[in-house]
Design a protein around this ligand. Structure first.
Ligand code: 5GP
Ligand code: MN
Ligand code: MN
Length: 325
């Protein structure tokens, strides 16, 4: 076992009641790692409370235990032991941090290369495709017996963070783990249909609006789309209705970087980056106060949509020119 996982075991051993938290606007890995970690700690005899600042997207409600993930306002206790999952920095936990006691200790388990090691104990593995990949290893090391709900949670995180086992993080280890989970008897095709194929009508209406704003640089290397607050309000889109929209820009033949600019309030723009190979968008996002991975990253920009487009496009263009030399 890695030294870090041994330290993690020691951390869990010391605690009697753990707060398990992931990042706001949770994706499949965030929800699944929360549920899998909580289940593992309970099997080890611990009391566990799960929180997330944001509501859990509807497509993940099939996962067992998801209704126990509470928004922090509903939790009265303060916690001395916190397990943070899939969070590159402490800010990603959002207002869940209001539940921390003054002398809080944090176990930070994550796979983002931009992780700033904010924990008391840090299990950060940028080589892992998903946070659940690290949890799989931990579960095996601790000889926790697999059951279908634990296996389903881990599989869902692997599936979503690898884009259905297609992204460059789809290693042989990921596929071996997935094979092991399928052998336990989980309904892999139903999970894929639920979390990858099924769309809401709002998602398609957002896509329709976003595609009308699609633009490309002259050289065709960057493509971007924009969504205004009024569009999002008219469609009544939820955050998870925006998932995957940015890929339509990146997927165009010849494009290296796809960007989605989305007004979240006046003067605030959430930016999502996806890249094929030439630009490390994780570093670009980090230099703008955000973070993520080389091929998928994000940040929040203070200013108008037009200012965000101008500044960020010129940053990405400079990166492409640097790469071209
Ligand atoms: P998305 O574009 O899907 O929101 O995010 C893509 C990736 O970038 C995810 O791995 C996510 O964790 C990371 N990311 C997105 N926004 C932020 C941000 O504001 N800060 C940090 N640290 N990471 C972000
Ligand atoms: Mn995530
Ligand atoms: Mn992840």
């Amino acid at each position: 076992m890695t030294i870090q996982l041994e330290k993690a075991n020691h951390f869990i051993g010391e605690a009697d009641h753990l707060l398990v938290v992931s990042h706001l606007h949770p994706d499949g890995d965030a929800v699944s790692s929360t549920l899998a970690a909580a289940q593992m700690f309970r099997l080890l005899g611990k009391r566990v409370t799960m929180v997330n600042e944001s509501p859990i997207p509807k497509k993940f409600t099939f996962l067992s235990g998801v209704e126990e993930i509470l928004q922090p306002e509903r939790v009265m206790n303060k916690f001395r032991y916190v397990v943070a999952l899939d969070c590159a920095d402490a800010e990603r936990m959002g207002n869940s941090r209001e539940l921390f006691a003054g002398d809080v200790k944090i176990l930070n388990i994550d796979h983002h290369p931009t992780n700033d090691h904010f924990g008391t104990v840090n299990v950060v593995e940028p080589g892992a495709a998903a946070t659940v990949e690290i949890l799989f290893q931990w579960i095996e090391n601790n000889k926790i017996p697999w059951n279908k709900s634990l296996a389903t949670a881990i599989y869902t995180g692997l599936l979503t963070d690898t884009g259905g086992f297609r992204y460059s993080n789809t290693s042989s280890r990921v596929l071996r783990q997935a094979a092991h989970l399928i052998e336990i008897g989980i309904p892999a095709h139903i999970i894929a249909d639920t979390v990858l194929e099924t769309t809401t009508i709002e998602q398609l209406q957002i896509l329709q609006t976003a595609l009308q704003s699609l633009q490309r640089t002259k050289d065709g290397l960057i493509a971007w789309m924009s969504l205004r607050l009024q569009d999002l309000q008219r469609i009544r889109a939820a955050n998870d209705d925006l998932d995957g929209i940015v890929n339509y820009a990146r997927n165009i033949l010849g494009v290296d970087v796809g960007i989605l600019f989305r007004e979240t309030e006046q003067q605030t723009v959430k930016v999502s980056f996806r890249s094929r190979s030439r630009v490390d968008v994780g570093s670009v996002a980090k230099s703008l106060g955000g973070g993520g991975h080389a091929r998928a990253a994000g940040c929040t920009f203070q200013g108008t949509l037009e200012e965000a487009q101008r500044q960020i496009l010129s940053r990405v263009q400079a990166e492409l020119e640097r790469d071209g030399k």
